[in-house]
Design a binder for this molecule. Structure first.
Ligand code: DQA
Length: 140
């Protein structure tokens, strides 16, 4: 099984964002931790980050992986274009967030992606990604 782990806008800034929400890891450290976790479960990973909505859509709809773990950053809250891409990509997509989006500003409580994703894990920093991998392994 190969999982595509995607990170959207401003996640390249991890390590410099608010520690209480996002922790101290850089994106590279996060990707390494996720890669190691997945490897221990016998899962191969590929990583992709972009700040651009269109590039994220291109990758969601054109990849050779079996499933996607997606942190769409702020696009989560309003990108119907990404929601449409998830809906038609033909692969299970799991929504993840580092922070506890349900207990922050009101706009973060809204996700236009949740209805088209198979599951959602949030609020546990890198462990949210680990939970998404566990879900995909258990439900393949
Ligand atoms: C985020 C939460 C979003 O609200 C925010 O815009 C992000 C990161 C998270 O991982 O907690 O950029 O998706």
């Amino acid at each position: 099984m190969k999982i595509l782990v995607m990170n959207g806008p401003n996640l390249h800034m991890l390590g410099k964002r608010k520690e209480q929400h996002y922790g101290t890891m850089t994106l590279e450290q996060l990707n390494n931790a996720v890669s190691q976790y997945a490897k221990n479960k016998g899962v191969e990973t590929e990583f992709f980050q972009s700040n651009c909505e269109g590039r994220l859509i291109d990758k969601i709809t054109q990849n050779t992986c079996d499933a996607i773990v997606l942190n769409a950053g702020a696009y989560t809250h309003y990108s119907y274009a990404i929601a449409d891409a998830i809906e038609c990509c033909g692969k299970p997509v799991i929504e993840v967030h580092l922070s506890d989006v349900e207990n922050r500003e009101d706009f973060r409580k809204i996700s236009v992606l949740t209805p088209v994703c198979k599951a959602k894990f949030f609020g546990k920093k890198e462990k949210s990604y680990f939970e998404a991998i566990d879900f995909l392994v258990e439900n393949k």
